[in-house]
Design a protein around this ligand. Structure first.
Ligand SMILES: Cc1cc2nc3c(=O)[nH]c(=O)nc-3n(C[C@H](O)[C@H](O)[C@H](O)COP(=O)(O)OP(=O)(O)OC[C@H]3O[C@@H](n4cnc5c(N)ncnc54)[C@H](O)[C@@H]3O)c2cc1C
Length: 385
């Protein structure tokens, strides 16, 4: 695609985003065209489509931003297509999706549509549908696995540890995340990060925090029972420790964001030689550090690992009426303050490979704090939020 055409399509998409309600209208026209041509596709998607629409806008924007770095855009689209296998979307559906997007652009712009825009968007939609079909075709594993809940422990009022076992092991790498769906909320897929590495027995553990007003997380924390059948779909994401460099590691996790970091550490514990790792575990209150002792225990038999607890408050909140637990003898004392600010107060950690995991806000704050003290941005990895 030539530079002029790319600039034209980008400017056109920007005009949609800048117009109030524009993105919603375009995406709703897209699904309108798609479902009109393929009525059975509608059954594959959840009843509420707002989240899908938001994701689709983000995906189109990402792709338009990376037209000059197509390998990256293609990887992203391939991953997106693998993720859509959980809905039952087939490679052949991507042609229809490409046509529906072009038709949506035409109908959205009406009389303002012209031949150059049509050619530009047609090229883009062909690129998108071809890349997604390649992604969907390339994954030969099952689109999802059934797993049975074998344990549900509520460690805090709003946080549960759920253990499951699948017949066949789910083939994820420690640090990746997986889409899950629970029987209490059919079709509402959400991402969770396994907190232990994959193993031959098919055991998986998730740490789940209840989000107020959320559809799925309160049901996981409040209603999950032993024997429930969950579906787990193909793993995604690429958080990992790069063993091809001699750089040591800095891990920063808050709340249930520790899960993908914990899985990697447990996996490292099975190896003989590892880089040095500093793991800062943060929370708002002392009770939020629900797993810090387990991680400290792991460090006792793995001298390459240092655990540093960080809390914003010294005491527990009124709804958790217990004094903070005494730290085991030898554990680093809890540092008080904002997690990112505390980590950055030690310097730029410029010689480390850094992973940050937690809420979107925590990741953004921590990145900002590190970059402000001179950490190179490319050193910092995190999952999309
Ligand atoms: C890569 C990745 C890995 C994840 N891993 C885990 C994990 O291991 N454990 C875990 O508990 N969660 C994890 N999540 C979050 C999880 O996927 C859900 O988003 C979360 O459980 C809320 O789902 P819900 O259905 O309850 O809320 P929804 O019904 O989806 O959302 C309800 C409202 O809450 C807001 N909201 C959604 N999530 C958050 C949040 N985190 N903080 C504040 N507001 C929010 C929404 O914007 C919306 O307004 C992960 C998310 C991603 C992207």
């Amino acid at each position: 695609m030539d530079a002029r055409s790319a600039a034209l399509v980008r400017a056109n998409f920007r005009s949609v985003l800048e117009s109030p309600g524009g993105a919603e209208r375009l995406i709703s026209a897209f699904y309108g065209h798609l479902f009109a041509e393929n009525p059975r596709l509608r059954e594959l998607f959840p009843p509420a489509m707002q989240m899908q629409a938001k994701r689709m806008v983000t995906a189109i924007q990402y792709m338009l931003d990376h037209l000059e770095d197509w390998e990256r855009a293609q990887k992203f689209l391939e991953q997106l297509a693998r993720d859509h296998r959980k809905f039952g979307v087939l490679p052949s559906h991507y042609d229809a999706a490409g046509r529906a997007l072009l038709a949506a652009c035409r109908s959205y712009h009406g009389p303002n549509w012209n031949r150059s825009l049509d050619e530009g968007w047609r090229d883009i939609t062909i690129l998108i549908s071809a890349s997604m079909a390649i992604g969907a075709n390339s994954d030969k594993s099952p689109p999802s696995w059934e797993a049975t809940v074998v344990g549900h422990r509520r460690v805090l009022e709003d946080l549960a540890i759920v253990r499951l076992q699948s017949e066949e092991p789910v083939p994820y790498q420690a640090g990746q995340y997986v889409p899950i769906v629970i029987p209490q909320r059919p079709k509402l897929w959400r991402y969770l990060s396994p907190a232990i590495p994959a193993n031959p027995y098919g055991e998986v553990e998730f740490h789940v925090r209840k989000i107020r007003g959320g559809w799925v997380s309160p049901a996981i924390v409040n209603e999950t029972k032993v024997g429930d059948k969950w579906m787990i779909a193909s793993p995604l994401g690429g958080l990992h420790i790069d063993r091809d460099t001699d750089r040591d590691v800095l891990l920063i996790g808050a709340g249930t964001g520790i899960a993908p970091l914990r899985a990697q550490l447990i996996e490292m514990g099975r190896r003989g030689i590892n880089p040095r790792v500093h793991f800062f575990i943060g929370g708002r209150y002392p009770c939020d550090l629900y797993d810090v002792e387990n991680m400290w225990q792991l460090s006792q038999s793995n001298p390459w690992l240092t655990i540093v607890p960080v809390c914003e408050q010294k005491t527990n909140p009124w709804w958790y009426p217990h004094p903070p637990a005494d730290a085991p003898y030898g554990m680093h004392r809890t540092l008080i303050g904002n997690l990112g600010a505390v980590v950055a107060s030690f310097g730029a950690w410029a010689d480390r490979q850094i992973q940050v995991a937690g809420s979107a806000r925590m990741i953004a704050d921590t990145r900002r704090a590190l970059i402000a003290v001179g950490t190179p941005e490319w050193n910092i990895s995190s999952d999309p939020v």
